[in-house]
Design a binder for this molecule. Structure first.
Ligand code: HEC
Ligand code: HEC
Length: 147
């Protein structure tokens, strides 16, 4: 009985080791997206430039596209530089649109004076646009516009 158990453990071990070897071999021939060696840290290509100017939403509920560069605006656990222009306390002075009032509701629907935690990481929903070839084709149409 003990022998049998040992044999099956050995079988599992062999499977794991050969599996590992196969994986290691495969990663040796992995093609990286930027075409550089996998251990070399590559420099990302520079952006073509952010499109400025507000854009029409593609569907009614779409988070509006960010019409300006956001490269310098930090968002982390403590800091959110977007709020220095978009929070209701600053927007008037900065000439920026105020955060939508939905952004001041917590998940129970309670009205808050500061932006809700669920809306803290703005670029979960809002993104700038750049005029570059699309990575993936898309023929989306909003429901009111589909024939
Ligand atoms: C220096 C001030 C400033 C900062 C900081 C800033 N914005 Fe803006 N933002 C503006 C202004 C001004 C506009 C209006 C631009 C226009 O109308 O063309 C705007 C427009 C927008 C809009 C479009 C709203 C709409 O209804 O079309 C979004 C979304 C937005 N910003 C998101 C962000 C996010 C996210 C950040 C942080 C990553 C950020 N902004 C940081 C000034 C700022
Ligand atoms: C969970 C997704 C989500 C997050 C996170 C989020 N937004 Fe929005 N935002 C939306 C949607 C959807 C709208 C449009 C509908 C609405 O007004 O609620 C919107 C609207 C806006 C508008 C337009 C307001 C107007 O009345 O024209 C601004 C400006 C904006 N957001 C900025 C921000 C900023 C800055 C942050 C981060 C502090 C942020 N949003 C976080 C989804 C989000």
């Amino acid at each position: 009985m003990k022998f049998l158990v040992n044999v099956s453990i050995a079988a599992v071990a062999i499977t794991l080791v050969t599996g590992g070897l196969v994986l290691a071999q495969q990663s040796g021939s992995l093609a990286t997206l930027r075409g550089t060696d996998i251990v070399v840290e590559s420099t990302p290509p520079t952006f073509a430039g952010i499109e400025e100017g507000r854009q029409v939403r593609n569907y009614r509920q779409q988070p509006p596209i960010i019409p300006h560069n956001i490269g310098n605006y930090q968002i982390d656990l403590r800091t959110n530089q977007c709020l220095s222009c978009h929070d209701w306390t600053n927007a008037g002075d900065r000439g920026a649109p105020t955060l939508s009032m939905t952004h001041y509701l917590d998940r129970n629907g309670t009205q808050l004076d500061t932006v809700a935690g669920t809306r803290w990481f703005c670029n979960q929903c809002h993104v700038p646009q750049a005029d570059i070839p699309a990575l993936v084709g898309n023929d989306f149409r909003p429901s009111s516009n589909s024939n």
